[in-house]
Design a protein around this ligand. Structure first.
Ligand SMILES: Cc1ncc(COP(=O)(O)O)c(C=O)c1O
Length: 312
């Protein structure tokens, strides 16, 4: 049974470009530590017209996440081949139209803890389970992206936790996203669209699936783009990084925090940025409108979208 518009390619040493499997058939053991414990890592990237965007940055972050949790995963080439294969396979199966904008997810779990291999074949340790999943992206483009309402939520740790307690894996993109999803549900139940997390001592962190960006325009017209400080334990955003590079080339100044939550209310515009959604303009935070000048905010948002759409 084929599954709706999903293409799956497992990384497998016997298949240099990865092994295509039926996404409509069972593929994971329930004893795999990914589903069983959320013990694994992932990346989600955007592919446009068959080309993955910022693949190298995503592969680097996957490797950093793996290192943070002592997970040995296949090398960059194996992942890049599997991504390429999965996108091509998706195009062949579902047609070119489906290929125009795709979400590509790379997942590595710690492996199946109940491998019943004969003793002589038993491997020394667990082998990670790794796959690439491709689905059409239904997320908005610049033309239909709507400003969003955001709630500020306490993430429950202070700004020193990431350095003090590395086992919290705060800068790693692990499969344990239940807290992030719960925060999004909380926002929806309370009439908002998304969330910005803060530390318990009031520093700005990130969204559950995005990086916070904010802009200020000085009286002399100088534009500065800010993002919260990474060492407070946020995921280093590949979209933020790419947008910063393009903004700097366009003459913007850059600022890397630390930022307190009141920085949102004195900004001229605030956005959440991520690989698949690209840019979402924040309209209100806890019900308070962001920016004094809606036209200026709209102009800045336009510029940010231009940067985001130029990311390759
Ligand atoms: C917690 C978190 N922060 C930030 C981001 C944005 O990262 P990127 O721009 O690399 O997609 C994501 C993306 O999913 C995320 O999950």
């Amino acid at each position: 049974m084929a599954s709706a518009d999903v293409t799956l390619v497992f990384l497998d040493p016997e298949f240099p470009r990865g092994r295509v499997v039926d996404a409509g058939a069972p593929q994971l053991f329930v004893t795999d530590l990914g589903p069983a414990r959320g013990d694994g890592i992932f990346e989600t990237l955007l592919a446009v017209d068959g080309q993955p965007r910022k693949l190298s940055a995503h592969l680097s972050r996957l490797a950093t996440s793996a290192e943070a949790m002592d997970l040995e995963i296949p090398g960059r080439e194996a992942w890049a081949e599997a991504v390429d294969h999965a996108i091509a396979e998706h195009g062949e199966t579902f047609g070119a139209q489906e290929r125009s904008r795709l979400a590509v997810r790379l997942v590595a779990t710690r492996g199946n803890e109940a491998v019943h291999a004969p003793a002589e074949n038993a491997k020394a340790g667990l082998q990670p389970t790794c796959w690439v999943q491709v689905t059409p992206s239904s997320l908005p483009s610049k033309a239909d992206a709507k400003p969003i309402k955001v709630l500020l939520l306490d993430r429950g740790y202070d700004s020193g936790a990431a350095a003090r307690a590395p086992w919290l894996l705060l800068g790693a993109k692990t499969l344990s996203y239940a807290v992030n999803m719960a925060a999004l549900r909380h926002a929806k139940k309370n009439g908002a669209d998304d969330v910005i997390f803060t530390t318990s001592d009031g520093r700005l962190l990130e969204g559950p699936t995005s990086t916070v960006l904010l802009a200020r325009v000085a009286e002399d017209g100088t534009k500065t783009l800010y993002t919260p400080e990474r060492k407070t334990g946020i995921l280093p955003g590949t979209t933020q990084s790419a947008i910063f590079e393009l903004a700097e080339q366009a003459g913007w100044k850059l600022g890397y925090g630390p930022l307190e939550s009141d920085a949102l209310f004195t900004a001229d515009a605030v956005w959440l940025a991520s690989s698949v959604r690209l840019v979402a303009q924040v309209e209100t935070v806890d019900g308070t409108a962001i920016g004094q000048d809606p036209e200026l905010a709209a102009r800045l948002t336009d510029e940010l979208w231009d940067f985001a759409e130029r990311i390759s």
